[in-house]
Design a binder for this molecule. Structure first.
Ligand code: GDP
Ligand code: MG
Length: 351
């Protein structure tokens, strides 16, 4: 049995075609449709109930709660099936894709995502900047949360999953991207992406536009904390700080006690600080992540340091050119270098 969960807000005009196309697509399956409506002013819930005489629809009309993610979570609670499908009501998610999602699940995936960004998928009628924002947001998510780095469209609102994926999981209804929450917190081995074309809204209007980005970033931050990535970032900063002391201390020693040339002594001092940072990151920051052999970790850590230094220098030059004070330019460069080194090390050195 398949449970199709559809959150709605002012979608009255879309329901009939939606239910008809779902029923046709799933004529070989046993299914139920669960509409979770937040007391829409256009009485979507009423229309859904009326159509319930023809189609297997269960209507939940929420009057106290609002929000897309919490509506989907409520739908999960009410669902009787072994496979859950989540989709929008506005026909931007073509029901004809549902059988492909189900098939992927039956073939062994626990989560099947209808994906705009996997090969063959696309978005209709978006300006280039709309696409850029969408892809940029996804890239941030994939970099911040290495667990999903291979998922091309982790924020799709159209997906299927086995009910066991979330049976033991406490999903928090923050943000609009419930799939992100499931991909991070759920229990699963295999995710499959099925390409589809995200079409035009049939009737009604979009509720999710502005404010989305801030909300999304907050959601990512919460999930990073949940994953322990923020802890890692903090440890990485402390290690970096310790490296400054090692670097300065070694330089002092080389120059004052060994009498080395100042211009050259900075190089072994820097190398010592890199080694210091490597060791601490290896036994502390990323200790649970050792997969590559030691010499490759060491090599990659050096490459990260080098990349970071180059990035720092380039940013520094750009900002100087733009007229910033050189100390501020350098500070911003250091900030970028820090981020680049963290991402490099998290995903490659210990990835
Ligand atoms: N229950 C519920 N559904 C919502 C809410 N906000 C949006 N939806 C539904 O979520 C789906 C996606 O919303 P939509 O406005 O089409 O987002 P867009 O495709 O990103 O523009 C639609 O079926 C909406 O009716 C909400 O606050 N509560
Ligand atoms: Mg929509």
């Amino acid at each position: 049995m398949i449970s199709i969960i559809i959150p709605t807000y002012n979608e009255r005009e879309n329901l009939e075609e939606l239910f008809e196309r779902i029923s046709r697509a799933l004529r070989d399956h046993e299914f139920e449709i669960i509409v979770v409506d937040d007391d829409s002013p256009d009485k979507t819930w009423e229309k859904a109930k009326t159509l319930g005489k023809i189609y297997p629809v269960k209507v939940i009309r929420r009057t106290r709660e609002k929000g897309l993610s919490s509506a989907v979570i409520r739908g999960f609670k009410e669902a009787k099936g072994d496979i859950f499908v989540v989709m929008d009501a506005d026909l931007q998610h073509p029901p004809e894709v549902i059988p492909k999602l189900i098939e992927a699940i039956e073939n062994g995936a626990e989560i099947a995502i209808a994906s705009r960004y996997t090969k063959g998928g696309k978005v209709e009628n978006w300006y280039w900047w709309r696409k850029l924002v969408s892809k940029g947001a996804i890239m941030i998510g994939r970099v911040a949360l290495p667990k999903i780095r291979n998922v091309k469209d982790p924020v799709s609102g159209f997906f299927a999953l086995k009910k066991d994926v979330i049976a033991k999981t406490d999903l928090t209804p923050v943000g609009f991207k419930i799939l992100l929450e499931i991909l991070i917190k759920g229990q699963y081995e295999r995710v499959v992406e099925i390409p589809f074309t995200f079409g035009l809204r049939r009737a009604g209007e979009s509720k999710l536009s502005q404010k989305q980005i801030i909300n999304y970033l907050r959601h990512i931050y919460r999930l990073m904390r949940w994953e322990g990535e923020i802890d890692r970032l903090i440890k990485f900063s402390f290690v970096g700080l310790s490296g400054i002391f090692v670097n300065e201390g070694a330089l002092l020693g080389f120059v004052e006690f060994l009498g080395w040339d100042k211009r050259l002594a900075v190089l072994p001092a820097t190398e010592l600080s890199i080694l210091n940072n490597f060791i601490w990151n290896d036994i502390w920051t990323f200790k649970d992540l050792k997969r590559k052999p030691f010499h490759l970790r060491l090599l990659n850590f050096h490459l990260a340091a080098l990349t970071g230094a180059l990035v720092q220098w380039v940013i520094y030059l750009i900002l100087l050119y733009m007229g910033l004070h050189y100390l501020i330019a350098n500070l911003i460069g250091i900030g970028f270098s820090f981020i680049v080194r963290f991402i490099f090390n998290r995903n490659i050195t210990w990835g």
